[in-house]
Write a protein that binds this ligand. Structure first.
Ligand SMILES: Cc1cc2nc3c(=O)[nH]c(=O)nc-3n(C[C@H](O)[C@H](O)[C@H](O)COP(=O)(O)OP(=O)(O)OC[C@H]3O[C@@H](n4cnc5c(N)ncnc54)[C@H](O)[C@@H]3O)c2cc1C
Length: 310
């Protein structure tokens, strides 16, 4: 295989289980895996993957991912070591590396008296993942505050470039980065300066408190599994059908919040996948509504083609 013939860069490992890299705590091995310590290292790794003809993807905190038990071919890069940020509390902006946890960033800017990211404190993802997903909560979302992103095209890893927020086709939990294989290296947010740090910090903490009391934060999950079929709420539809508590193996529709599926012990990705399909079937049969997943499924393509059509 071409990839084995080429000398892999330092830090690349083979057959690494991805379980520890997803908040659902499921997922098989990555054929090749690395956690770059710097953007330069990431660029070297991308160039190696391209040269070796390997499929290549980047993950953040794995808080919106269902990775198949069979794992992922090619190179999987986890960005979580690419942390750090700088801000200007007078001019009102912050720039953060893609692996910076978005709750960490929300707290930092609150302490600097910058208003804008109070909604982000309860979202356990990275800045890169928040941009790709247009993550949002409690009335705010990434698109509202993002100014620009620095991205890498794996086909031209030597030439990172900047995209303005308006070029990202943001919509509800969507950006064009979900369709294009661009890697987010860093993001710049335009925030509102001159606020009282104590007030912004208190609002940020209250947002977190509100979420942890209404959502199952103590159990492995991926947050909301389904997109809301506006104007309806996925959680209300699922709860209305009495599906809270329904299980496949150790995957369970959360008794606390019906749009969450929790791993109560040793769930496999296939258990979660089956439960997702059962919920979709019930909602379609009872309401004629197609629920689409917000969660990104990786590595299911091969399984899909083997599954008999019904
Ligand atoms: C308890 C809990 C609560 C949650 N609540 C919310 C909520 O309120 N609102 C909300 O919107 N989401 C929520 N989520 C879902 C999740 O946290 C968000 O979607 C988050 O933005 C994902 O970020 P991540 O770093 O974990 O991305 P990942 O899950 O690692 O990846 C998500 C997608 O982004 C891609 N990606 C990640 N980083 C990069 C990068 N640097 N460059 C290119 N592509 C990249 C991946 O390939 C994948 O397609 C919740 C999840 C949990 C577990």
């Amino acid at each position: 295989m071409a990839a084995q013939a080429a000398a892999e860069p330092c830090g690349v490992r083979q057959g690494v289980s991805l379980q520890a890299f997803t908040t659902w705590k499921v997922g098989g091995p990555a054929e090749w895996f690395a956690e770059p310590d710097s953007q330069e290292e990431l660029i070297t790794l991308a160039a190696w993957a391209v040269g070796a003809g390997l499929p290549f993807r980047c993950i953040g905190a794995g808080s919106n991912l269902l990775i198949a038990d069979t794992g992922l071919g090619g190179l999987t890069l986890c960005n979580r070591r690419l942390q750090g940020s700088r801000s200007d509390s007078k001019e009102g902006w912050v720039e953060a590396e893609a692996g910076e946890p978005i709750p960490t960033l929300a707290r930092k800017v609150a302490r600097a008296g910058l208003h804008g990211l109070e909604w982000a404190v309860g979202i356990p993802g990275t800045v890169g993942g928040a941009v790709v997903m247009n993550a949002g909560a409690q009335g705010g979302c990434t698109a509202d505050w993002l100014e620009s992103v620095r991205v890498l095209d794996p086909a031209r890893p030597e030439a990172p470039f900047t995209l303005e927020a308006r070029e990202l086709d943001f919509a509800y939990r969507h950006s064009r980065l979900q369709e294009e294989p661009l890697i987010v290296l860093s993001a710049r947010f335009r925030l509102a300066a001159g606020h009282d740090p104590a007030e912004i910090t208190a609002r940020t903490s209250a947002n977190l408190q509100c979420r942890t009391s209404t959502q199952p934060y103590q159990q492995p999950s991926c947050g909301s599994v389904f997109r809301n079929p506006e104007p309806r709420k996925a959680g209300q539809l699922i709860e209305g059908l009495g599906l809270k508590g329904m299980s496949v193996g150790d995957a369970q529709v959360s008794p606390l919040h019906a749009n969450f599926i929790v791993n109560t012990g040793n769930a496999r990705a296939s258990d979660i996948d089956s439960l997702i399909r059962l919920v979709q079937e019930r909602v379609r049969d009872e309401h004629g509504i197609a629920l689409h997943t917000e969660v990104k499924r990786l590595g299911f393509e091969a399984v899909e083609t083997l599954r008999p059509r019904t």
